[in-house]
Design a protein around this ligand. Structure first.
Ligand SMILES: Cc1cc2nc3c(=O)[nH]c(=O)nc-3n(C[C@H](O)[C@H](O)[C@H](O)COP(=O)(O)OP(=O)(O)OC[C@H]3O[C@@H](n4cnc5c(N)ncnc54)[C@H](O)[C@@H]3O)c2cc1C
Length: 323
């Protein structure tokens, strides 16, 4: 039946055929006819490197990516070898996606909701489909606990270098600046000590209402913090007496949460703080299941995530019996 919509002709049979085509991979997957060599959950630096390697090993590989990883937050990374002038996180990801796709990797924007294993096959459920694979890689990253700013202020703060998360990445850029470190306990103190090498003006600010104890090279506010805000060029900290302190930048040292719930549901072994436990080939305790990047324990860096992606992809390729 044809219906006329203005100038455009609308064919309902065509719509039906299109929706069948959409469903077709699902049914085909379930029948076992379209089992990929590997599905990667997460298209950050870790997942995209694994995808590139697998595609170049002539393996079929699909990446499902929710596109909200830590690399998307990087205004400009300057410690990635080969980019002396730096590169913005989103630009790096764009290049990496194109690179992997060039060799045949499929990259789909979708959030994976569930992973199950039946026999030797992994079943991966997104909002749109169930896909199947012989191997799976978790490259889901971690989530940074955020300071008390609105979403807009947080974005602007990151963009203008007022809010930072990773001193290993960019303490070099804030030498001799007035630096606040927001963090509690041993973690906050460790981060402040690391940063104190770069500036004589480092102040540690606990977020839990306690007062920090000063130590060599690290100052402490006399009164616990009450509030925090941003101006165009400064981070303004108000303490409980109403007094304000101004900083050029704020390092957030509020811990992270590994995005490993699905891996836990699949009975993959997790560390006490929720990272996925892997061996030196990035293998988990389950045959065919791997984990790479920040979601595993280690130095949370792009270069590390990429290296682990290469290791996992090569291990998967070598583990498969067909040539
Ligand atoms: C502000 C900031 C600046 C940084 N600067 C630097 C720097 O200069 N140099 C450096 O080396 N490192 C830097 N880092 C650290 C770096 O971002 C991480 O180490 C790196 O991104 C880790 O890569 P990844 O692939 O493991 O994780 P991510 O980049 O976090 O990617 C994980 C991906 O998994 C996806 N995902 C998660 N769950 C699901 C799901 N259920 N379904 C589908 N997809 C899912 C996410 O959407 C995301 O795309 C910085 C971090 C931050 C926050």
């Amino acid at each position: 039946m044809r219906m006329q919509h203005g100038n455009a002709r609308h064919d309902t049979r065509l719509d039906e055929r299109r929706s069948l085509v959409k469903l077709w991979p699902v049914n085909k997957d379930i029948m076992g006819a379209n089992i990929k060599d590997c599905i990667i959950i997460g298209g950050g630096p870790a997942g995209l490197t694994a995808a590139l390697y697998l595609a170049r090993f002539l393996r079929s590989v699909t990446v499902f990516d929710a596109q909200d990883g830590r690399a998307t937050l990087i205004p400009r990374t300057r410690n990635l070898a080969g980019f002396p002038e730096g590169i913005a996180g989103p630009d790096l990801l764009y290049r990496m996606r194109g690179h992997a796709e060039l060799y045949g990797a499929f990259i789909t924007p979708a959030t994976v909701r569930k992973v199950e294993k039946h026999g030797q096959v992994f079943y991966v459920t997104t909002g749109q489909q169930i896909a199947t694979a012989r191997n799976i890689i978790f490259a889901t990253g971690v989530f940074n606990h955020r300071p008390p700013f609105s979403r807009e202020d947080h974005e602007q703060g990151l963009l203008h270098g007022l809010i930072r998360y990773c001193p290993v990445c960019d303490a070099y850029e804030v030498q001799n600046k007035r630096i606040a470190v927001l963090g509690n306990g041993a973690h906050g103190a460790k981060e402040a000590r690391f940063i104190s090498r770069y500036s004589p003006f480092v102040v540690r600010i606990p977020s839990d209402g306690s007062a920090a104890i000063p130590e060599p090279g690290i100052r402490a506010l006399s009164t616990p913090m009450k509030d925090m805000s941003l101006s165009e060029k400064e981070v303004i900290v108000t303490v409980q007496t109403g007094e304000t302190h101004r900083f050029d930048t704020l390092y957030v040292a509020l811990e992270t949460t590994a995005r490993s719930d699905m891996a836990g549901d699949l009975n993959l072994r997790l560390s006490q703080d929720g990272h996925i436990t892997v061996d030196t080939n990035q293998r988990t305790n389950m045959d065919g299941a791997y984990a790479i990047g920040d979601v595993t324990e280690g130095l949370d860096q792009i270069a590390v995530a990429m290296g682990q992606g290469a290791i996992a992809a090569t291990a998967i390729h070598n583990s498969m019996t067909d040539p």
